[in-house]
Write a protein of this length. Structure first.
Length: 299
C-alpha cells in the first residue's frame, strides 16, 4: 500500500519548493503540487525541510578493522549525517591488480548499511587505453588521477584516452599531489584546459570529501536522478530537518554542515534508518552500485 507525503518543503541546491509525493514501495511514483487520493495514508511534512539523502565521497573508510569500529564509523560519518550512498576508492598501482583490488574493497564493505560505489585512484603513468578498457569492464564510475607532473599531463596521448573511454565515458577526476598543492590553481587550470580541449569526460575540480556531491557531479557519475533526487522514479531516500526561520535561506551544503542538529529523520530506500537520536544500523542493507552509463542525463 502506498502513501502520500503532503506539503513537503523540498530543498534542491538553493531553491525551496512545496510539493506532494506519492510513494509506492521504495520509489517515488509521482511528484505534484497536490495529489488527490482519499484512500491512501497521508503524512503532512509542512513542519520540515526535506532534502534528498546525500552521496558523500570518503576515501578513508576503515576497511581492515573490527565490526564495532566499522559500525561506529558508518553511524557517525554517514547515517547521522543523512548520507545513504558512499563513493570510495581503491588505490591501484599496477594495471593487473584492478579486478582483485575492487573485489577486496567490495568484500570489506559487505556489512555496509548504505549503498556504495568504488572508484579507482591511480598515478598518472597508469592512465593508458589498456587500463581504461579494464575499468570499463569493471564498470568503474570514476577514475581519480594523481596529478603530480604538469609536463607529464601534457604528454598523455589524449586522443587515444578519449577513444578508450567511449562509450562508457566514466569521468576522470583530478587529485593534486602534495608537492603541487601551493600551485594547485595553476594545476587545475591546466587540467581544465586539457579536458575541455581534448573533449575528455571529466570533473574539472577536485572533489571535496565528506560533503554532499553536487548534482552535476552525480550526473557525471551516473547516479542522478536515481539517487540524491526527489524526482519521479527516484528511490525513496530523503532527510527531514526541523523547519526554522534561520534555515529558510540556505543551500544543501550549508544545511549539511551547520544545521545537523535539526536533522530528525533519514529514510533509505523506503526504510527509516534514523529517527531523532536513534539510528538503525542494518548490516548488509547497502548494495554495491554498478553504474550502467555515466553522464546519461544531460544537465
Amino acid at each position: 500500500m502506498g502513501y502520500i507525503i503532503e506539503n513537503a518543503n523540498i530543498l534542491k541546491e538553493t531553491k525551496l519548493t512545496k510539493s506532494s509525493l506519492l510513494i509506492e514501495g521504495n520509489h517515488i511514483a509521482a511528484k505534484k503540487e497536490h495529489i488527490h487520493h482519499n484512500k491512501l495514508l497521508k503524512m503532512n511534512a509542512e513542519s520540515y525541510i526535506m532534502t534528498p539523502s546525500y552521496v558523500l565521497l570518503d576515501t578513508r573508510v576503515p576497511l581492515n578493522t573490527s565490526f564495532q569500529e566499522f559500525r561506529k564509523y558508518m553511524v557517525e560519518n554517514f547515517l547521522l549525517k543523512g548520507c545513504t550512498t558512499l563513493l570510495t576508492c581503491s588505490s591501484i598501482t599496477y594495471e593487473n591488480e584492478l579486478a582483485e583490488k575492487i573485489k577486496e574493497t567490495k568484500t570489506a564493505l559487505i556489512s555496509s548499511p548504505i549503498d556504495f560505489l568504488i572508484g579507482v585512484n591511480i598515478p598518472l603513468r597508469l592512465l593508458t587505453p589498456s587500463f581504461i578498457r579494464k575499468c570499463k569492464k569493471e564498470k568503474i564510475p570514476a577514475i581519480f588521477i594523481d596529478v603530480g607532473d604538469l609536463d607529464e599531463l601534457t604528454n598523455i596521448p589524449w586522443g587515444w584516452i578519449r577513444e578508450a573511454l567511449f562509450p562508457y565515458n566514466c569521468p576522470l577526476v583530478p587529485l593534486i599531489s602534495n608537492h603541487l598543492r601551493k600551485d594547485a590553481r595553476r594545476a587545475l587550470s591546466k587540467w581544465k584546459d586539457i579536458m575541455e580541449n581534448e573533449k575528455i569526460p571529466a570533473i574539472l575540480d577536485e572533489l571535496k570529501e565528506n560533503q554532499p556531491l553536487s548534482v552535476p557531479v552525480l550526473n557525471k557519475l551516473g547516479l542522478y536522478p536515481q539517487k540524491a533526487s526527489l524526482l519521479h522514479g527516484a528511490e525513496v531516500s530523503y532527510n527531514l530537518y526541523l523547519k526554522a526561520r534561520e534555515i529558510i535561506n540556505v543551500d544543501e551544503v550549508e544545511l549539511f554542515h551547520y544545521h545537523s542538529d535539526r536533522l530528525l529523520v533519514t529514510v533509505n530506500k523506503g526504510k527509516v534508518v534514523r529517527a531523532g537520536e536513534e539510528v538503525l544500523f542494518k548490516p548488509g542493507y547497502g548494495e554495491y552500485v554498478r553504474v550502467r552509463i555515466p553522464s546519461y542525463f544531460a544537465l
